[in-house]
Ligand binder design. Structure first.
Ligand code: SAH
Length: 531
């Protein structure tokens, strides 16, 4: 039996002990970013039949539940007359019908989370439950701002308090005692009432010069960090510029940290336009630099007019010296047709395989095919340059889109090679956006749009029209940039080589060089001193 003795309050033995019984897992979702949940939390999400969640938990986490799991949002604040009880009864009802219920709560379930009220009906019904801790907002805020919460010299303890209660008459906050404590205060729900609790602390003897760090919308794309003083908070500074939710760290530790250099793309939202299923590398490169991406494909990949040329080439694949794949799509089609023809890798004989771009080489690898050549420069020119010294009078098969540049064929033929070119797919512009996508684009401020090919640039200009004029444009290559200029949408930056990492880096360089705009809040993530 697992450690029952260690868990006197949790009636639930570790997962799966009694698969037929309903239960409730209270799971801390963390402060907002979907990767700040625990491994155990993700595990419980994946097992749940039903997910009862706060309105604010990120959609990306809800997606981690089974597609069949029911999602039930509950209001962030249950009515004050009945705080938490209604949700608790809902949980008990769902679990007593035998369902595994996840109650997904922001931050940690036990911190200002009405856990007592939500647990009571579940306990009373004898339903097994488990509490999975989460990263509470204060911990995430301290990490984001680079401040310690305790310090050997200035803070040997840490107090969590609600700033919301300060307005209530029957408050249980003892402001005088809090003011006298020499440690750190972390104030939750404190922005709206900042002037009130800050002046109460000052009146009770905390110096007006006490440092304060405010972390607003911690770990969300629009996170903001600022440092100020208790005196400035008392004068109402904190109330107007810092959107909820925010955590306010009060105490000498607030200046002890060196701060954290802001991520280069923090707070930037970037629209990716590549075909469905092909934006992951770019999204990952942008996320690495702290940016957020949204994906609206502007072209779709469809089969070529006829499979016959590709099929014919595959049947005689073993007779070529090289097969060159220009893109992931080419590899996917090739692989699909190989199978459709009831052939496998043996059909390739001794032919060598070349790929333009790391993603294309990876697609070959995933198909169980070794890539023999991936030029350092991921362009047609780079491929020609890499191939030329390797063969003389060779037979080369180019697997590519049905339209595009024919640099490779021309140059390889000029060098005396016998080149066969086959269309493995066609990319077709998306002709209209659905209503949900339009609403999404109108609602979210977008900073950048990416153009990763000429076809994509043309389609984006047509689909996004005037919107695109208000966005910055990032181009993957000189060829794409030329198309953008022709469309009167000159790019603001261009990747130094046509890879996702270089495109994300180009955007970051442009942002770093951008002059500060007067009156705009400091770049997000950047601690700034304001009074
Ligand atoms: N259980 C949650 C707290 C819920 S009370 C936790 O452990 O974090 C709601 C308060 O949490 C907000 O008023 C704010 O003070 C804080 N909070 C929650 N998410 C936050 C975020 N992403 N950034 C800053 N503060 C946040």
């Amino acid at each position: 039996m697992p450690h029952q003795a260690d868990m006197p309050h949790n009636l639930l033995p570790p997962v799966g002990a009694d698969a037929s019984r309903g239960c409730v897992w209270y799971v801390g979702a963390g402060p907002g970013h979907p990767d700040l949940i625990t491994v155990r939390g993700l595990d419980r999400l994946a097992r749940a039949d039903c997910i009862v969640h706060d309105a604010l938990v990120p959609a990306a986490l809800l997606d981690r539940g089974a597609p069949t799991a029911e999602r039930i949002p509950v209001p962030r604040d249950s009515s004050d007359a009945d705080p938490g009880d209604t949700t608790g009864r809902l949980l008990a009802k769902l679990a007593s019908s035998g369902r595994k219920v996840v109650r997904l709560k922001g931050g940690d379930p036990a911190v200002f989370g009405r856990l007592t009220e939500e647990l009571r009906p579940v306990r009373e019904a004898g339903i097994p439950f488990e509490i999975v801790p989460g990263v509470t907002a204060m911990l995430a805020a301290a990490a984001a701002a680079g401040v310690p919460l305790t310090s050997r010299s200035t803070a040997s303890h840490l107090t969590l308090l609600t700033g919301h209660e300060a307005e209530e008459k029957a408050t249980s906050l003892d402001i005088a005692a809090l003011a006298a404590l020499p440690g750190t205060l972390a104030v939750y729900m404190g922005v709206g009432q900042a002037a009130r609790w800050a002046s109460q602390l000052v009146a009770a003897g905390r110096p007006t010069t006490t440092p304060v760090t405010i972390v607003s919308r911690c770990s969300w794309p629009d996170q903001r960090i600022t440092t100020t003083t208790l005196g400035a908070c008392a004068e109402g500074f904190a109330t107007h510029r810092w959107p909820s939710p925010a955590v306010i760290i009060v105490g000498d530790v607030a200046v002890e940290g060196e701060g954290v250099p802001p991520a280069p793309l923090a707070g930037k939202r970037i629209l990716l336009t590549r075909p469905a299923g092909q934006a992951d590398d770019l999204a990952a490169a942008i996320a690495m630099l702290g940016g957020e991406s949204i994906h609206v494909p502007v072209v779709e990949i469809v089969p070529p007019e006829s499979w016959e040329p590709l099929d014919a080439a595959i049947r005689q694949a073993g007779t070529f010296d090289w097969i060159v794949f220009a893109s992931v799509n080419g590899v996917e089609s090739f692989r699909g047709r190989l199978r459709a023809l009831r052939l496998d890798a043996r059909a390739l004989g001794t032919v060598r395989l070349a790929a333009i771009g790391a993603a294309t080489a990876r697609a070959l690898d995933e198909a169980g095919l070794e890539c023999d050549l991936e030029p350092g420069v991921s362009t047609s020119e780079g491929m020609v340059e890499a191939l030329l010294p390797t063969i003389r009078g060779g037979r080369v098969l180019l697997v590519r889109a049905d339209r595009g540049r024919d640099v490779m064929r021309r140059e390889l033929e000029a060098a005396g090679h016998d080149v066969t070119e086959v269309a493995a797919y066609s990319s077709r512009p998306v002709t209209s956006l659905d209503a949900a996508t339009i609403a999404h684009i109108e609602r979210l401020p977008i900073d950048w749009v990416t153009a990763t090919s000429g076809v994509i640039a043309e389609s984006a200009a047509r689909l996004f029209g005037p919107w695109m004029r208000s966005w910055r444009i990032a181009s993957l290559s000189p060829i794409t940039s030329a198309v953008l200029r022709r469309l009167d949408r000159p790019p603001d930056c261009e990747a130094t080589d046509p890879s996702p990492a270089a495109l994300a880096a180009a955007i970051a360089r442009w942002e770093a060089a951008r002059p500060a705009v007067p009156g705009e809040p400091s770049p997000s993530g950047q601690p700034s001193r304001s009074t």
